[in-house]
Design a protein around this ligand. Structure first.
Ligand SMILES: Cc1ncc(COP(=O)(O)O)c(C=O)c1O
Length: 382
């Protein structure tokens, strides 16, 4: 076993693997100079929609902006309750507050880390009983590369007449019951942040929907609310476009994406076997294929996680805690939380640790991570 540092993500190795195709795509944009909404943006939208089977795709400036645009299009604002998991990246809750609506945090499932559908329905009832906010929308998050339980979430949302938005920032490419995410909710938002499974070389995102009307609104909102001409302003929008250079990079990345998903899945299986009996390895969401944005394990307690992370650091192995605090404990959100107990999210935050997983990681690297964890966690005999 070698002892080189093991990074969380190796974008230099990735660039090398992508080869000259990447530079040719970038050169083409430099040649035509249509840096804003150039032809690569439309080409990417068509290919992304084909990839996940969605009717409409609108490329935007980030995953966060994708979420915000989707909520703006529904007119969500003050007095509206938007349900979302307490265990997610800040962007999921941030957009709700930026629009003046109220986030209602929902607990997660202890094994899959995904939003718990039963807890979601219970939270709708609490909000209805309190009578202060109007239940308007669910932002379900497909966490760590796996899908949330969309069939159950969508059925609950339909019973309560809620708009459903899939925050698929981490999980584009994942399948649920054989179908790629992109149509599980009324709108789906994805992110091209460089560390995402389909990451660009800068910020970017996209929205999917089956509704032509929604897609038209998204296009208007991403360009300052413009109408049929550039200087007709129909509504308050934002500057939320994906730039052409990012689209060019992503078109190359998309060619390699299925192979990268397969490589991540193979590494996850390898980790599962190497870590059995050492830590709690990630549970698979039934009937799904993960894209393994994150491979997160659970330790018996916070002290063991701390010891493991220190041992990894000493061995030059990167690791990360997603997420050290559930959102309702973050200073920015505490005051907006209604005080409901969310024990699973709190417990998972204390014990979880993400290990390196990316298509350029070697089998030897996985073995080294596992050996380091074993030495840190399992007491030596004798
Ligand atoms: C769950 C989740 N939602 C939203 C986002 C926001 O995406 P972006 O960074 O592209 O704005 C991210 C990632 O960064 C994320 O992980």
């Amino acid at each position: 076993m070698t002892d080189h540092p093991i990074a969380f993500l190796d974008l230099k190795a990735q660039q090398k693997r992508l080869g000259p195709g990447l530079r040719a795509r970038i050169e083409a944009v430099l040649a035509h100079c249509q840096f804003i909404l150039g032809p690569e943006v439309g080409e990417l939208e068509t290919r992304l929609a084909q990839f996940c089977g969605a009717a409409q795709c609108v490329a935007v400036s980030s995953g966060t902006d994708a979420l915000q645009i989707a909520l703006m299009a529904e007119g969500i604002g003050p007095g509206d309750a938007v349900f979302l998991p307490a265990f997610t990246y800040t962007a999921t809750a941030e957009v709700v507050l930026v629009l003046g609506a109220t986030p209602v945090f929902v607990d997660i499932d202890a094994r899959s880390f995904q939003i718990d559908p039963a807890a979601f329905e219970a939270r709708i009832k609490t909000v209805q009983a309190a009578g202060k906010l109007r239940p308007r929308a669910l932002i379900g998050v497909d966490l760590f590369g796996q899908p949330a339980d969309w069939p159950r979430l969508a059925a609950i949302a339909a019973r309560h007449d809620l708009f459903t938005l899939d925050d698929c920032a981490q999980s584009f490419g994942a399948r649920l019951a054989g179908t790629r995410l992109g149509r599980a909710a009324m709108a789906t938002a994805i992110s091209f942040f460089p560390s995402k499974p389909l990451g660009g070389y800068g910020d970017g995102g996209a929205l999917f929907t089956e509704s032509a009307e929604r897609a038209e609104l998204y296009r208007s909102l991403r360009s300052h609310g413009e109408g049929t001409t550039r200087y007709e302003v129909l509504r308050t929008g934002m500057n939320g476009r994906l730039d052409t250079l990012q689209a060019a990079v992503l078109l190359t990345k998309l060619d390699h994406f299925p192979a990268e998903i397969a490589a991540r899945a193979r590494l996850a299986d390898l980790y599962d076997r190497a870590l059995a009996g050492i830590v709690e390895t990630p549970a698979r969401v039934p009937a799904s294929d993960s894209v393994w944005a994150v491979y997160a394990v659970l330790f018996a307690d916070g002290a063991r996680r701390e010891a493991a992370q220190a041992a990894l650091r000493a061995a030059g192995i990167a690791s990360a805690i997603y997420y050290p605090k559930p959102l309702h404990h973050q200073p920015a959100y505490r005051a907006h939380h209604d005080g409901a107990a969310l024990p699973v999210a709190e417990d998972v935050a204390r014990r979880i640790l993400a290990l390196p997983i990316h298509p350029d990681l070697s089998d030897d690297d996985v073995a080294r991570v596992a050996a380091t964890l074993r030495a840190a966690i399992v007491p030596r005999a004798g």
